[in-house]
Design a protein around this ligand. Structure first.
Ligand code: AMP
Ligand code: ZN
Length: 462
């Protein structure tokens, strides 16, 4: 679903055969919660679906380790840098904090079977590219240096501002009066935003620039790094729904003004995740992490399956009951797959494959795909070997490690044992008890214990 056109659009890569994808990444001042992870799964699903349809994918996901202020969700960017605040709370260097949570982010993605991106640029390492972008915007008349030494984007220079979120400039009001007064110092218009912020009293995470020491605004990083790493046309850009405005509106205005055309072809947003019916927030104490899920004994991929049971563009309400249900489902599917693997392999069932492929390609309808699989699982007309191949194939999209239990089937006979068992059954039939006893000893040497029951010979592994 393209947020800007408000339609499901066919994605045709601008470079044939290559899909370029930019995903807004984490601000690394705390652990990612399961809501963040649901959004990070979105780019993985797009990537896997594109790859299954034969495309190569180049995915870039940024690491915000500078300049993301506590309350820049509004049009006015004020407040404290999230990283500096956390560094103060933990009494550590802000870069130590950033690297720690960046590592935790990668560990979470790995636990959820999210394929690594092709690049994870850190904002702090792309300051030069940001300065270059800002200089270009000033030269092109889209930005200006304010009296306070910060550089602002001139919102009124970009007439289609608001196309993604529907927040038109004329509808945006200035914030509270005091804030407005404080922030109007350097700005010409209340809806302008800072591309570069003058350091003021801030000493850490400050860089030199043509406009004096300072640091980049949060929106600047995604424009600069996406243009540098993916070029001036990007097929798909993802993020959580809250980033539509102002983050993505501002990013779009910056990038498009810098290159002179529409950079992002499709904006795709993941709806938010609630937990037990509530917004996840530190203050209400219901922030759930991957470690909370594994501490309760669940495979982290049960979380992935729980995410897949709602469609990315719908708000989802996760709960412990849902995670437990997903956990049981995952175990059952893995056991079934292992059991089907004992049967002769058969071709995939074309009808189910078609339906599954369509579910993914029609705007990632993962709940429908799961329904199709539940139907296939119970379809008695389909042999186990076909179910096996279909489940293994669809796992390229799902990423649930459904083959994990194959080979763990407990009662596999050692090599040569089934021939000995057959010979012994024949010996008993022919009442050759000496041969039967000799074969029993040979089987015992292989670790196979034989018993004779009314139903005939049975065996177990010693
Ligand atoms: P942050 O680390 O706060 O910058 O957020 C990382 C990503 O998670 C962004 O794309 C957000 O839009 C997204 N996000 C934040 N909260 C939620 C939530 N409750 N459900 C889904 N996505 C979220
Ligand atoms: Zn971003």
């Amino acid at each position: 679903m393209d947020t800007r056109t408000r339609r499901v659009e066919e994605i045709v890569p601008s470079t044939p055969g290559l899909l370029t994808l930019y995903a807004c990444g984490p601000t690394v001042y705390r652990y990612a919660h399961v809501g963040n992870l649901r959004t990070f799964l979105l780019s993985d699903l797009i990537r896997r679906t594109a790859e299954q349809s034969g495309l190569r994918v180049k995915l870039v996901q940024n690491i915000t380790d500078v300049g993301h202020l506590q309350d820049d969700t509004g049009i006015d960017m004020s407040g404290e840098d999230k990283l500096l605040a956390q560094a103060r709370a933990e009494n550590k260097d802000p870069f130590v904090i950033a690297r720690f949570y960046e590592d935790a982010f990668h560990a979470d993605l790995a636990a959820l079977n999210v394929h690594p991106a092709d690049a994870y640029p850190r904002a702090s390492e792309w300051i030069d590219a940001m300065i270059e972008l800002i200089s270009g915007l000033i030269e092109g008349g889209s930005a200006y240096v304010g009296d306070d030494g910060s550089v602002y984007f001139d919102a009124r220079s970009f007439p289609s501002y608001g196309a993604i979120s529907g927040n038109r400039l004329e509808d945006l009001r200035a914030g509270h009066r005091e804030d407005a007064e404080k922030l109007m110092e350097g700005k010409r218009f209340h809806a302008d935003w800072a591309l570069w912020k003058s350091a003021g009293a801030q000493r850490e995470m400050v860089w030199d620039s043509p406009w004096g020491p300072g640091f980049p605004g949060w929106h600047t990083e995604c424009s600069a790094m996406s243009l540098q790493l993916l070029g001036s046309t990007i097929d798909v850009h993802t993020g959580g729904i809250d980033l539509r405005f102002p983050h993505h509106e501002d990013e779009r205005a910056q990038s498009d003004s810098a290159v002179g055309h529409e950079v992002v072809r499709h904006w795709v947003h993941g709806e938010h995740l609630l937990f037990e019916g509530r917004k996840m927030s530190k203050s209400t104490g219901n922030v759930v992490l991957v470690s909370d899920v594994t501490d309760r004994g669940h495979d982290p991929l049960a979380l992935r399956l729980a995410f897949l049971s709602s469609r990315y563009r719908q708000q989802a309400n996760l709960s412990w009951a849902a995670i437990e249900g997903a956990s049981r489902q995952l175990t059952r599917w893995r056991e079934l797959v292992a059991a089907w693997a004992e049967e002769p392999s058969k071709a995939m069932c074309a009808e189910y494959v078609g339906e599954l492929r369509e579910a993914f390609e029609e705007d990632l309808d993962t709940p429908r795909a799961l329904q199709v699989l539940r139907r296939l699982e119970k379809d008695e007309a389909i042999p186990g070997g076909s179910k096996l191949e279909t489940f293994l194939w669809v796992d390229h999209y799902l990423g649930l490690d459904l083959a994990r239990d194959i080979g763990k089937a407990p009662a596999l006979l050692p090599a040569g044992a089934s021939e000995l068992l057959a010979a012994r059954a024949a010996a008993r039939e022919g009442r050759d008890f000496a041969a039967s006893d000799r074969l029993r000893d040979e089987l015992a040497a292989l670790g196979v214990a034989v018993a004779d029951t009314k139903e005939g010979q049975t065996w177990s592994l010693a």
